[in-house]
Design a protein. Structure first.
Length: 279
């Protein structure tokens, strides 16, 4: 009996897989492998001396610490903003919804200059924050955190917003009719559904913040041992034509980011299986 092949307008598996591998190799694998190829030119002693230099270690602490803090802040406030945009109607709602995507539309350098102008000691906001509260934002680690929160917020909002839009209000009404209060509804009904989306937004905002450069260097001030970020250390090495040193710092940054993303994705998978949404 002759076999009947199913017709498909899409190309076959061989062509699709070949294109996928070529695309991934050119865009992802070859650039990433170049990082480790250049790093392999160093001896272990030279590599260790570069990646454990005091300025580099200080930049690691600031970059990864501020990125984690910014992603956590965006997870909380991104959920609140998405909730307001989905559940409530108010004048100017479409404008607020459009402003969420502003960090995507603005060039990073423009965003950095704008934030610096706002939070500088003589800026519109900085003069009051530093003058009355005594808190220095611009040219300090706090300025780095502000910039990373700014560029990472849309990731969480746009990830959670579709889930909230598809969420049936009947679930909340049923829980309320069974005697659950608002906290119990949020904790046991809404949060298990929103948790995978929140973790996805966190996983998107964190690596974007780790590698951010343009919007941070202006407001950071780039003070050695205080407000220097790791991408700035890499650029500094490149300007000195120290390609091996730049790739050594980048390799550490890459490995740490991959490990943290692996942990986040593992937690996301665990949360999906726990709620029965990831078989």
């Amino acid at each position: 009996m002759a076999s009947i092949k199913s017709f498909s307008v899409l190309p076959g598996f061989g062509l699709s897989m070949g294109f996928t591998l070529v695309y991934l190799s050119l865009i992802v694998l070859i650039p990433l492998s170049a990082v480790f190829i250049f790093t392999s030119q160093l001896t272990w002693a030279e590599f260790w001396a570069i990646v454990t230099a005091p300025r580099v270690v200080a930049s690691y602490k600031l970059s990864f610490g501020a990125s984690l803090a910014a992603a956590a802040i965006n997870t909380v406030f991104g959920l609140m903003l998405a909730w307001v945009l989905v559940r409530y109607s108010f004048p100017g709602k479409k404008i607020v919804d459009a402003l969420v995507d502003l960090p995507f539309a603005l060039p990073t350098a423009v965003a950095g200059i704008a934030l610096t102008a706002l939070y500088a000691p003589n800026g519109w906001l900085g003069q009051f924050i530093q003058g009355y509260l005594g808190i220095k934002v611009a040219f300090a680690p706090l300025g780095v955190l502000v910039a990373l929160v700014f560029i990472g917020l849309p990731f969480v909002v746009r990830t959670v917003q579709p889930v909230l839009q598809d969420l049936e209000t009947e679930l909340e009404e049923a829980a309320s009719s069974l005697g659950a209060n608002r906290w119990q509804i949020f904790r046991y009904v809404l949060m298990p559904i929103l948790l995978p989306a929140l973790m996805t937004g966190f996983a998107l905002a964190f690596p974007r913040a780790v590698g951010e450069y343009g919007s941070v260097i202006f407001i950071a001030g780039n003070i050695p041992m205080v407000s220097e970020i790791t991408p700035l250390m890499i650029i500094t090495k490149l300007e000195q034509y120290d390609y091996a040193g730049a790739t050594a710092i980048a390799a550490v940054m890459l490995v740490v980011s991959f490990v943290m993303l692996l942990v986040i994705n593992g937690l996301q998978s665990w949360a999906g299986k726990r709620t029965g949404r990831d078989k």
